[in-house]
Design a protein around this ligand. Structure first.
Ligand code: OOB
Length: 553
């Protein structure tokens, strides 16, 4: 038995004294995902685990999911994929997502959770940076052929030996062909070891990878289940992209499977797809980002579908306005639970029995009594109670460092291991957190995170561009959108806004990262010390947006 949490040459683990404390307190139960699924399958093999309504509609029982994971695990081992190997998983909301991740969990290979929206630039980075051995994709999803992307990436990344396809494989290997008769897994992962790498929303040039252990992540699952009332009778609708930390673990699909509940996969989160599923499957709980929660509350007024099974709607990923929050219960007849979480760890929920005022005006409080919260000023000094400042956190399911990023870790964490969330918050008298803003250089586009620096680097590659600053602009629907302020080179031929957007798109980026608006200026406002003042740029574009809105009314 090791003392530490996840100490590896690739990422800092939990110091031994903390790991001991978290075990002694009962947070870390010494379970792994592989065992967890086996135990559930043994306890209730015939209970439905996954409902995938796409295609002809599939319903996998716990027994079937367990067997499929075993067979795929054996097939992967036979192909030379094993413990510690990285596998980039880019699947939409299909049943195979769970077959694949549990097979990987079982053999100790690490899923790297890409989103379906990611394209060439992101996938190349994930595969190359993690030296991935395999890449798992759908054939075609939402009109996009992932097999072509895989062909390209495979030619560029020498470690990438296997491309596995859920569906028609083309020149690659079908998942269905990659299975074998179950075998005993040599060197199965231990609870304190890494389970997967999650993506950071990030504020730097390239997304950072978040190493999570079985012990720490499983604690966040059962901790969430207790707070959100998820038990074996629950039915969780996965409406957001399954690989994102929110629908994965808050309490999400993995929380639901931990509880022995049923997971229903929505291919898309729109009411026309989700409402019939809620009715047909008796969905009790789901999670949405704020823009979708707004769409749902509006659509609920006229839907012919019976949504009465729905007990809890979790809303998070971005700030949910108080006005919108107030509409949830009357419109959907369920309890709103605000969730303020991050893939790095810390997750806060309003509690089901909190007063309605707390539910609609705060972003909740931490899962764990051992989640340490500090609210500090720019000098890292603690602020008096109730004041607004930077949120730092440390605890039993918050990472101590990113994967293979020692330089970045030196600033993203304090010397004593607190993670700098980049969020600006205050605490209420009841200990609930109110998110007031953000200090990190990131745009939160309705829950989808865009790192300003990443987009700036891409725009700077345009031959006519001298300088660029990417900032958020207010948006009634998404909360924020992305605005790129561009200074052209002297003497460069004029460039149209559309051309800049096209340039970014053609560099092979997720569509949500393409700037929504491009403004050309001859110089940037400066701060006192001569840096670009993004604050002034944000204020300028906000004023323009407000003036345009006023002119329309
Ligand atoms: C979730 O995770 P990430 O890693 O995509 O993004 C984390 C960041 C937070 O640091 C914060 O800036 C923002 O997203 N955020 C919120 C929020 N929930 C997340 N900002 C304001 N209000 C909220 N309710 O987004 C995530 C992970 C697990 C559960 C829920 C969300």
């Amino acid at each position: 038995m090791h003392d530490t949490g996840a100490e590896t040459p690739d990422a800092p683990g939990y110091p031994a004294e903390f790991a001991e404390r978290y075990r002694a307190a009962g947070y870390w139960r010494g379970e792994t995902f592989g065992q967890m699924l086996r135990e559930r399958a043994q306890a209730h093999p015939d209970r439905v685990a996954i409902v995938d309504p796409a295609g002809e509609g599939r319903r996998w029982t716990y027994g079937e999911l367990d067997l499929r994971a075993d067979r795929l695990a054996a097939g992967l081992l036979a192909r030379g994929i094993g413990k510690g190997d990285r596998v980039v998983v880019q699947l939409p909301n299909v049943a195979e997502f769970f077959e694949v991740v549990f097979a990987l969990f079982r053999i100790g290979a690490l899923p790297v959770f890409a989103l379906p929206a990611h394209r060439e630039t992101e996938i190349r980075h994930f595969c190359a940076f993690t030296e991935a051995a395999a890449y798992v994709i759908p054939d075609v999803s939402e009109g996009y052929d992932y097999r072509e992307l895989a062909t390209k990436i495979r030619a560029e990344v020498p470690t990438l030996k296997h491309v596995l396809v859920a569906g028609e494989p083309g020149e690659h290997t079908a998942l269905a062909e990659a299975t074998a008769e179950p075998v005993a897994v040599p060197d199965a992962p231990a609870p304190h070891e890494l389970a997967f790498l999650q993506l950071s929303g990030g504020s730097t040039g390239v997304p950072k990878l978040i190493p999570r252990t079985h012990d720490d992540y499983i604690y966040s699952l059962w901790g969430s289940n207790e707070i959100c009332g998820v038990d074996e009778d629950s039915v969780y609708l996965c409406a957001l992209p399954a690989a994102h930390n929110f629908p994965l673990s808050s309490p999400g699909t993995l929380g639901a499977l931990y509880a022995g509940a049923r997971v229903v996969l929505a291919p898309r989160p729109s009411p026309d797809v989700a409402f019939p599923l809620i009715e047909a499957e008796g969905v009790t709980i789901t999670g949405l980002v704020p823009p979708l929660a707004l769409v749902w509350t509006e659509a609920a007024a006229q839907t012919p579908h019976d949504l009465s099974s729905l007990q809890v709607l979790l809303v998070g990923g971005a700030k949910f306005s108080e006005e919108a929050a107030r509409r949830v219960r009357p419109a959907l007849g369920c309890t709103l639970q605000q969730v303020f979480g991050m893939a790095e760890g810390l997750v806060n929920y309003t509690r089901l029995d909190d007063p309605e005022e707390t539910i609609v005006t705060t972003q909740g409080r931490p899962i764990s009594p051992d989640d340490e919260i500090r609210i500090v000023d720019d000098e890292d000094d603690d602020l008096p109670a109730g004041e607004t400042g930077h949120l730092l956190t440390r605890g039993p399911y918050t990472i101590r460092g990113y994967w293979r990023a020692p330089g970045h870790n030196a600033t993203a964490f304090t010397a004593d291991g607190f993670y700098r969330t980049g969020d600006v918050v205050r605490l209420t008298e009841t200990g609930h957190i109110v998110v007031e803003g953000r200090a990190k250089d990131q745009i939160n586009r309705g829950g989808e995170k865009v790192a300003a620096e990443e987009i700036e680097n891409h725009i700077l590659a345009h031959p006519a561009v001298h300088d660029v600053a990417v900032v958020s602009m207010p948006d009634a629907y998404l909360g924020e959108r992305t605005c790129a302020y561009v200074v052209l080179r002297e003497g460069a031929a004029p460039v149209k806004s559309l051309a800049v957007k096209k340039f970014v798109r053609e560099r092979g980026l997720a569509a949500f990262k393409v700037p929504d608006r491009v403004e050309f200026v001859t110089e940037f406002p400066q701060t006192g010390i001569g840096k670009v003042s993004k604050k002034d740029l944000r204020a300028a574009i906000a004023a323009q947006v407000a003036a345009a809105a006023a002119a329309q009314h």
